[in-house]
Design a protein around this ligand. Structure first.
Ligand SMILES: [Zn+2]
Length: 317
C-alpha cells in the first residue's frame, strides 16, 4: 500500500481488532489514487496468518497469495473499460463464497471497477450482500459510485480514497525519479500514480502534439494538418486533454492570467488565445467534447469525429 493510505489501513485494522469488520466494503475515489492496489494488499493482510498491521509476506498464506494461487481469494475485473461484468461471473463468485474457506480463515473477494456491473449482475450480487456468509469479505472498488445501484451502495461500508496531499504526491514522484514532477502532477489532476505513468513517456509527447494542433488550428492552420498529427493518438486521451485545455482557456478568460491551470506549461499561449476567442463557440466545442467522451466506448468514425471537433474549435477564433 502507498504511504498516503495509512489512515484507511488503520481504520480497517481498528474494526478488525474489535471484531466489527464489515462483510462488504466499497472503496471509492478518483482514478489513480491506488485504491485497487490497496484492496489487493488489504485482502492479503486479511488472509495473512501473522495478525500484523500489514501482510507479513512470509507465512504460507502470503506465499500462495503472491503466487496467485490462494484458494480463499477471488478477484473479479471486467475484461476492459467498455465491458460489463457479466451475471455469470458474479454467480460463479457467489457459489465460491458460499463454500468453506480452504485455509480455515476468511474468504476475500474483490470486484474491481464495480461501476461496470450491469443490472443483472448487480442484482445477483445484491442477494449476497443481503445474506452474507460468515467469514466472507467482499470489497468493491469503484471510481464512479453514483453509477452503482443505491441498494448496493447502502449495504457496503464506504471508504474514500482521495487524491493525496500535493507534497506527499510530489515526494513519491521524486522518490521515483520523475523530472518536472509538479507539471506532471498538475496534468494528472493530482494523481501521483498517473503522473508517474505519463512522465517521460510517449503519452507526454502525444499531449504536446494535441496541444500544438489545437493552438495552430486556432491560428488559421488547415484542419487537415491537425488531423494528421492527432488521428494516430488514442481518442480518449485526445478528448481528455482537449477538455482540460478548453477548461484552462475558460479559466483564463474568467479569472485572468493567474488562474489555476492543468496545462500549466502553456499558460502564456492560453493568455494570448483568451484575447481573441469567442466564448460562446468555445462552450459549444466543450459540449461536443463531453458528448463524444460519453460515446467513446461506442465504435465511432474517429476521423469524422475529430474533423467535426476541429471545425467547431476553429470557429471559436
Ligand atoms: Zn503473512
Amino acid at each position: 500500500m502507498y504511504h498516503w493510505q495509512l489512515q484507511q489501513r488503520d481504520y480497517l485494522n481498528a474494526m478488525l481488532s474489535v471484531d466489527k469488520f464489515p462483510h462488504a466494503l466499497l472503496f471509492t475515489g478518483p482514478d489513480g489514487t491506488g485504491k485497487k492496489e490497496f484492496a489487493i494488499d488489504y485482502a492479503k493482510k486479511l488472509l495473512c496468518s501473522s495478525g500484523a498491521d500489514e501482510a507479513c509476506g512470509q507465512c504460507h498464506s502470503c506465499d500462495v497469495f503472491l503466487a496467485h494461487t490462494h484458494p480463499d481469494y477471488l478477484n473479479i475485473a471486467p475484461a476492459d473499460e467498455n465491458k460489463a461484468i457479466a451475471v455469470d461471473v458474479i454467480r460463479e463468485l457467489i457459489v465460491k463464497l458460499t463454500k468453506t474457506s480452504q485455509f480455515g480463515g476468511k474468504t476475500v473477494a474483490i470486484v474491481e471497477n464495480a461501476e461496470q456491473l450491469n443490472r443483472n449482475s448487480a442484482n445477483a450480487l445484491l442477494k449476497t450482500l443481503e445474506e452474507p456468509t460468515a467469514d466472507t469479505i467482499l470489497i468493491l472498488v469503484c471510481s464512479f459510485p453514483h453509477r452503482l445501484l443505491p441498494t448496493i451502495r447502502s449495504r457496503c461500508l464506504q471508504l474514500a480514497f482521495p487524491i493525496p496531499e500535493k507534497q506527499t504526491a510530489l515526494s513519491y514522484m521524486q522518490q521515483h525519479g520523475v523530472d518536472d514532477a509538479e507539471l506532471y502532477l498538475q496534468l494528472s489532476h493530482g494523481s501521483p500514480l498517473k503522473a508517474c505513468q505519463m512522465a517521460g513517456t510517449e503519452l507526454a509527447e502525444q499531449r504536446k502534439s494535441v496541444l500544438k494542433s489545437l493552438i495552430k488550428t486556432s491560428r488559421g492552420q488547415a484542419i487537415s494538418a491537425a488531423m494528421k498529427e492527432i488521428e494516430k493518438i488514442p481518442l480518449k486521451a485526445t478528448l481528455d486533454w482537449s477538455i482540460d485545455f478548453c477548461d484552462d482557456l475558460i479559466r483564463v478568460i474568467s479569472q485572468g492570467e493567474q488562474a489555476v491551470l492543468t496545462h500549466v506549461d502553456v499558460r502564456e499561449v492560453l493568455c494570448k488565445m483568451a484575447g481573441c476567442c469567442q466564448v460562446q463557440a468555445l462552450y459549444h466545442f466543450r459540449d461536443l467534447l463531453i458528448e463524444r467522451k460519453k460515446q467513446s466506448n461506442i465504435a465511432l468514425n474517429t476521423q469524422l469525429l475529430l474533423e467535426d471537433l476541429l471545425i467547431l474549435w476553429k470557429q471559436a477564433f
